[in-house]
Design a binder for this molecule. Structure first.
Ligand code: ZN
Ligand code: ZN
Ligand code: FE
Length: 738
């Protein structure tokens, strides 16, 4: 890009890549130099990020041409690895140009697009170290690759039908289907309601017709995914607009180089089958991002359900043989190719809300691009938590947060976790000097960290990491007030936290206020049955005269009541996630759930009006802490239900209460501590009603308030916070040694 830009302005000089950036020396007419300077930022390729630019005048060197000087390999490593990038407009045009030599070629790419992170086996990022090493470029491709003026100059995955990878189609028993037009045949199979496993960029997808109820039902049954929403890929944005509303910033994300799944509001004349996202106001929308997707979707002409090919919560499949064996009972047909995937990477998921696109899941298109931190330190490995895990490696000011790895409870995810740590350490040439992990001793990530005997370790309380994650991505350095709301995390007092107002910074936290501790009968096991949580919260709030709300009809209550009375196997929790579960089940929401958060999500989906009176918002003092009193709230809600309030009414009033209550507690913290910056973090802030209204309520009081925009607010963001805390720790130790 620099070479071409300099040449286009008739400038002479050279460009050199080195460890701390790019040096450009240019000589020429001053007006050309000005244009060059401006266009360096404005015309930069889609994924180029200029973090800082310094300009110096030097004595003329008398260059005769502009050239690219080879970089010095003895420099300390500063490699960055590009994420995988969606097909660019130029390649898209060629893909459908009958006169182009890559017409309908499913692996067309250029320097502005195509696979990167997922095909790199080791460094340097050169073809022999990628999945492309098995394909020798034909003379035409090689000529493009060698020509600095060509769009495919040094495009490592460059290929064409003569020399590059190819696709083929097989039945689930592995038998090939010998047809001429594989894309047309695949589309026919989908029209017939078949389930197609499709090899993509970061792994396999399972695809079915999004307008075929029976096909979607079959996919759910075979994948053991009963009710959790599925994402849908539309042929193009105009088709998508017939199903959902797409705001300009959502369109920009969908059509941009990263091309994540966007959760868009459902509306419009057309609809996909309801079982794709039952009860949701939003649908996970994606657009084709590989040439193969474009070919298939254009041929098929309608939306396709596209979901990661795996069983329930296992990692996504990447290998042909692995897919055929693991998915044999799920997919009817497999559309395979022979470009190997080295690194699994699921699609990223984003929600545009409260004025910004916010990640729900980090993945393809984003990992492993660094997040820039305020300070630097020796390298750190942060291993995250247990659920929705990611890991983070730091190098100077860069924090490399991995793609979504998944829930660590199954062996496959744990393997993926270890693979990713090794792979990122190797390809980014990072040797960590400290491992940071969650304080919970039973998390698999914690156990793994403890086995790494050669490195010092730092254990970090779960909610401290959430607070630090939000501070780090906004480069905050002064202490803040943090509203940290989530489902589960081990607190400093060994109780389960999750409804916290903290004050502090990377160094330490104080607990300013929290939701009243409630007994949770059965601990984590209760999460699958919100009615038990609701009963437990009612029993504690009413002592003996627990009101017989409709959700208790025909329930076996004795065991739960006994557990509460005798405090058996009932840990204390201040979790906001559990409060949502309890209120949802009490008010008529799901009593047993089929996926994480289902009851809480149902309650939020019912909310349509916040101009309602709140329930009781008690705040009392207990030692140095404030308690947000849950029991009077539960009594209030029970009474409203007995008086006939419906699910929507309870939901509206509950959300109103939380916004006012938390805002009030934050103002108290502000008055007492003088702190005037507030960070919001934790999985509960995926709740857009709470997020939006709390952000504006706090801002209205004149405080600065921040929520996540670079890492997920859920536990997918923990690793970043752990890393930032680790940096602070190393610095403090260093100072003490001095
Ligand atoms: Zn391209
Ligand atoms: Zn070729
Ligand atoms: Fe959490």
């Amino acid at each position: 890009f620099v070479y071409n830009l300099a040449r286009s302005h008739q400038l002479r000089g050279e460009v050199i890549n080195h460890s701390s950036g790019v040096d450009i020396i240019v000589e020429g007419q001053s007006q050309s130099l000005q244009h060059f300077h401006r266009e360096l930022s404005t015309q930069a390729p889609p994924l180029a990020v200029i973090t800082t630019m310094e300009i110096k005048d030097i004595a003329p060197q008398g260059f005769e041409t502009f050239s690219i000087r080879p970089s010095n390999r003895s420099d300390p490593a500063q490699t960055l690895i590009s994420p995988d990038i969606a097909l660019c407009p130029d390649c898209l045009r060629e893909l459908f140009d009958p006169g182009d030599r890559r017409f309908h070629y499913p692996f067309i790419n250029c320097t502005n697009c195509g696979p990167r992170y997922t095909i790199i086996e080791s460094i340097p990022y050169d073809r022999p170290y990628t999945a492309m090493r098995h394909f020798t470029m034909c003379p035409q491709c090689q000529a493009e690759y060698d020509d600095p003026a060509n769009r495919r100059f040094h495009a490592q995955p460059n290929a064409c039908p003569e020399c590059g990878p190819r696709i083929w189609l097989v039945k689930s028993n592995g038998d090939g289907i010998p047809v001429e037009d594989l894309i047309a045949r695949s589309a026919d199979l989908l029209h017939d309601g078949k389930i197609l496993a499709l090899k993509g960029l970061g792994g396999f997808h399972l695809a079915v017709d999004a307008c075929d109820e029976a096909a979607v039902a079959r996919l759910r049954e075979r994948k053991h995914r009963e009710a959790k929403p599925l994402a849908v890929m539309f042929p193009d944005i105009d088709t998508a607009r017939q199903y959902v509303t797409i705001l300009p910033p959502e369109a920009e994300m969908l059509m941009g180089p990263r091309s994540p799944i966007m959760l868009c509001k459902v509306s419009g004349p057309a609809s996909v089958v309801p079982s794709i996202a039952t009860g949701y106001a939003r649908l996970g929308v994606m657009l084709p991002y590989t040439p193969l997707h474009h070919l298939l979707l254009r041929e098929f002409g309608r939306p396709l359900v596209m979901t990661s090919a795996n069983l329930s919560e296992e990692p996504i499949c990447i290998d042909n043989d692995e897919a055929l064996s693991r998915l044999q009972s799920v997919a009817d047909y497999f559309l395979l190719h022979n470009r190997h995937i080295y690194t699994r990477s699921d699609d990223a998921v984003y929600l545009y809300t409260a004025g910004a696109p916010r990640p729900i899941r980090r993945g393809r298109g984003f990992a492993p691009q660094p997040i820039f931190l305020q300070t630097e330190s020796p390298s750190i490995l942060a291993v995250g938590g247990e659920f929705k895990n990611t890991i983070c490696l730091t190098r100077e000011t860069q924090a490399f947060v991995s793609q979504h790895l998944g829930d660590m409870e199954n062996l496959e995810t744990f393997d993926f976790f270890k693979e990713t740590i090794n792979h990122l350490q190797k390809t980014l040439e990072i040797k960590p000097t400290l491992i940071v992990h969650d304080r919970h001793p039973d998390y698999l990530s914690t156990r793994w960290a403890k086995e790494q005997k050669h490195l010092p370790r730092l254990a970090v309380p779960h909610h401290h990491a959430h607070l630090a994650a939000c501070m780090a991505e906004h480069k905050l350095t002064r202490p803040v007030i943090g509203i940290i709301l989530d489902g589960t995390g081990l607190g400093k007092d060994d109780n389960i936290w999750g409804g916290e107002i903290l004050t502090g910074d990377y160094g330490e936290i104080q607990r300013f206020a929290h939701l009243e501790n409630m007994l949770l009968p059965g601990g984590d096991a209760a999460i699958k049955a919100p009615w038990r949580i609701a009963l437990a919260y009612l029993a504690q709030s009413f002592n003996d005269e627990c009101p017989r709300l409709p959700f208790l009809d025909n329930r076996e209550m004795i065991t739960i009541l006994d557990m509460i009375r005798t405090r058996t196997n009932s840990p204390l929790t201040s979790s906001m996630g559990r409060l949502f579960d309890a209120v949802s089940a009490m008010a008529g929401g799901p009593c047993c759930i089929r996926y994480e958060g289902e009851a809480a999500i149902a309650l939020t989906q019912a909310c349509d009006d916040l101009s309602v009176p709140p329930f009781t918002m008690g705040i009392r003092r207990s030692g140095r802490e404030r308690i947000l009193c849950v029991q009077p709230l539960i009594r209030d809600i029970a009474q409203a239900i007995q008086e006939g309030a419906d699910f929507t009414n309870i939901s509206n009033r509950f959300h109103r209460t939380l916004v006012d209550w938390l805002n009030r507690a934050v103002q108290m913290a502000h008055r007492e501590t003088g702190l005037d910056s507030v960070v919001l973090s934790g999985g509960v802030f995926q709740n857009e009603i709470l997020l939006e209204n709390l952000l504006s309520a706090i801002a209205k009081q004149g405080l600065k308030v921040y929520a996540h925009e670079q890492v997920p607010t859920n536990d997918g963001g923990l690793a970043l916070g752990q890393a930032a805390i680790g940096q602070h720790y190393l610095k403090t130790i260093h100072q003490q040694q001095e």
